[in-house]
Design a protein around this ligand. Structure first.
Ligand code: BDR
Ligand code: CA
Length: 304
């Protein structure tokens, strides 16, 4: 059984990733879902997280509230044009009860879980990396309790989805991204090309939907989405990180060095890409067969 902490900014594709993990609670022990602002403001992200857990968890998972803004400065990026006003597409989520949150802030709760665990834990980070950067900054020794970190962010080619060069999660808090990349953690990166090469369209979602009760919720979240960075359909980026955790054999991993541009004067500010290199310190993973990964994501997110 893998011990896992999910750090996310739910978000449509984050919701798919969380549902995928919740449908595999017999394989993956999810110790915590920590939230971070990103696709939407932190209040919405927290609300959405509780909503998804209430509807899809077979065992309750603790939730911690994380960063509402980047390490330095204020929140500048918002993805409501892609993820909807509240972050879950066309679904309006009513206010969930605060009683479901732990009272500790995300990085302290993550620290507590890591430090009291006998076994190393895998982190899956599918939002801006602010919480993880704060964890490492406050508790640098804790990296030895982290088995690996699977991150959705950056690209292989250097192309972006929020600027021509920058990918959303890394650009949202480039300083946090830099400090995590330079922390010595074993990083497995899911770049934007993974999901860009297998956008999912409404017909495929409808064909995969089984369970009547959840189908109505899933339709409201996942149908009729617009994502300007792919020519048709919607790119489920974070689902690729969940797929890699659950079925690593569907992917090949390549050694790489991750390059980050945090020079505010450079037009490529926010860019993060992998330089594939046999001696590289990090790893980037790509599907061996895109259709097989897409089928797995569709089945696990939308199937009964
Ligand atoms: C990433 O940015 C967010 O909008 C998505 O949830 C995903 O984590 C893709 O660039
Ligand atoms: Ca995300």
């Amino acid at each position: 059984m893998k011990n896992v902490i999910l750090d996310c900014d739910i978000g449509v594709d984050d919701a798919s990733a969380l549902i995928m993990l919740l449908k595999n609670q017999q394989k993956v022990r999810l110790s915590l879902v920590s939230t971070v602002a990103g696709n939407s403001k932190i209040e919405n992200v927290c609300n959405n997280t509780i909503f998804i857990l209430r509807n899809f968890a077979t065992r309750w998972v603790s939730v911690a509230v994380g960063a509402s803004k980047p390490l330095y400065g204020e929140r500048k990026l918002d993805a409501s044009d892609v993820h909807g006003e509240g972050g879950l597409g066309g679904l309006k989520v009513e206010k969930q009860s605060d009683a479901k949150f732990t009272t500790e802030v995300a990085e302290e709760k993550i620290y507590k879980i890591l430090s009291s665990s006998k076994r190393k834990i895998t982190l899956v980070a599918i939002g801006p990396l602010t919480n993880i950067a704060l964890l490492i900054k406050k508790h640098p020794e804790i990296v030895k309790k982290i088995a690996k970190i699977i991150i959705m962010g950056g690209s292989i080619s250097g192309i972006g989805n929020i600027t021509p060069f920058a990918e959303y999660n890394f650009a949202w808090d480039i300083d946090a991204a830099k400090s995590v990349v330079e922390s010595g953690l074993k990083i497995y990166l899911s770049p934007i090309e993974n999901a860009n090469n297998m956008p999912v369209c409404d017909d495929e979602i409808l064909a995969s939907l089984k369970d009547a009760e959840h189908a109505e919720i899933l339709k409201k979240i996942f149908l009729n989405l617009q994502d300007g960075s792919v020519p048709f359909g919607f790119a489920l980026h974070d689902s690729c990180a969940a797929a890699f955790l659950l079925k690593p054999n569907l992917f090949k991993t390549l050694k790489c060095d991750i390059k980050i541009n945090n020079d505010k004067k450079d037009k490529r500010y926010g860019q993060c890409f992998c330089e594939i290199n046999k001696k590289g310190k990090n790893l980037v993973f790509v599907p061996k067969n895109y259709q097989k990964v897409k089928n797995f994501i569709l089945k696990t997110t939308f199937g009964g």
